[in-house]
Design a protein around this ligand. Structure first.
Ligand SMILES: Nc1ncnc2c1ncn2[C@@H]1O[C@H](COP(=O)(O)OP(=O)(O)O)[C@@H](O)[C@H]1O
Ligand SMILES: [Mg+2]
Length: 226
C-alpha cells in the first residue's frame, strides 16, 4: 500500500518540480508571453498540490485510530446529518437526496467514524448519478442489526470490479484517491459490521452497511447513553 502512495505522491511532486523549473528558467524578449506561461505553470503546480492534498487527507482518515468511541444514537439523526453534509454536492450536480428511516430505532456506534463511512458511500453515489436523478438513503433495523442502504441510478459497477472497489487506491476517477470505500469498509468492520454491494450494470448500485445494533464492547460499563 505504501508503495502505491509513494508512487502517486512522487508523480505529483515530480510535476511540481518540472513546472517550477520552467518558471525559473523562463527567458525571451516577450514579457507578456513569459508571464502567461508562468501563470499556466503555476496553475499546473496548484493542481498537482491539490492531488497531493487529497491523498494525504484521505490517508490521514484511513490511518486513524480504530478504537471506537461508542454511544447510543438515533439512526435517523445520524443519517440526517450525513445527508445534510452531502446536500451542497448533490445540488451542484442536480441530484436529489431522499432519506427514509423510522424515527425510533437507536444504534450504538462511533458517530464520527460511521458518518464518515456513510458519507464516503453517499458521495460516490452522487458522483455516479446522472443529473436530475435521485439517491435514496434507507435506514432500517431487524434482528439485532441496522442496515443503511444507499441506492443510485448511475452506471452501476462492472462485475469484475465488485471486490476491487473496496481495496485501497482502486479508482476509476481522474481525481479519485481510491480510499473512500476502503475507509468505509474499515470503519464498518471495526463495529463488527460489513458492507455489501448489489449492482445491475446500467441501472445503478446499492451499497448496504450492516451494523450490529449493540456492538461487542458496549455495555461494559464505561459508556453512558447520549
Ligand atoms: N455508486 C457507485 N457507482 C458506480 N461506481 C462506484 C460507485 N461507488 C464506487 N464506485 C467505484 O468504486 C471506485 C472506488 O471508490 P472510492 O474508494 O470511493 O474511491 P474514489 O471515489 O476516490 O474513486 C470508484 O472509483 C468507482 O469506480
Ligand atoms: Mg469516493
Amino acid at each position: 500500500m505504501s508503495s502505491v502512495v509513494s508512487h502517486q505522491m512522487l508523480q505529483q511532486i515530480g510535476l511540481i518540480g518540472i513546472h517550477a523549473d520552467l518558471i525559473r528558467h523562463a527567458d525571451g524578449d516577450d514579457l507578456a508571453a513569459a508571464v502567461a506561461q508562468a501563470k499556466s505553470n503555476a496553475a499546473a503546480i496548484e493542481e498537482a498540490l491539490g492531488g497531493v492534498n487529497r491523498v494525504l487527507r484521505d490517508l490521514l482518515v484511513f490511518s486513524r485510530d480504530l478504537r471506537l468511541n461508542l454511544y447510543e444514537h438515533r439512526l435517523a439523526d445520524v443519517l440526517a446529518e450525513c445527508v445534510e453534509e452531502c446536500q451542497a454536492q448533490a445540488a451542484e450536480r442536480a441530484v436529489t437526496l431522499r432519506l427514509e428511516c423510522p424515527a425510533e430505532p437507536t444504534v450504538v456506534l462511533d458517530k464520527l467514524k460511521m458518518k464518515q463511512a456513510v458519507v464516503n458511500v453517499l458521495r460516490n453515489a452522487i458522483e455516479a448519478s446522472p443529473p436530475g436523478s435521485w439517491v435514496v438513503v434507507r435506514g432500517s433495523t431487524r434482528d439485532g442489526w441496522a442496515e443503511v442502504a444507499i441506492t443510485d441510478r448511475g452506471p452501476g459497477i462492472p462485475e469484475p470490479d465488485r471486490n476491487a472497489i473496496f481495496t485501497p487506491f482502486f479508482t476509476t476517477k481522474e481525481q479519485g484517491t481510491g480510499l473512500g470505500l476502503a475507509i468505509a469498509r474499515e470503519f464498518t468492520e471495526a463495529h463488527g459490521g460489513r458492507i455489501t454491494v448489489e449492482s445491475e450494470e446500467g441501472t445503478g448500485a446499492t451499497f448496504v452497511l450492516h451494523l450490529p445494533l449493540r456492538p461487542a464492547g458496549w455495555g461494559s460499563g464505561q459508556h453512558a447513553a447520549r
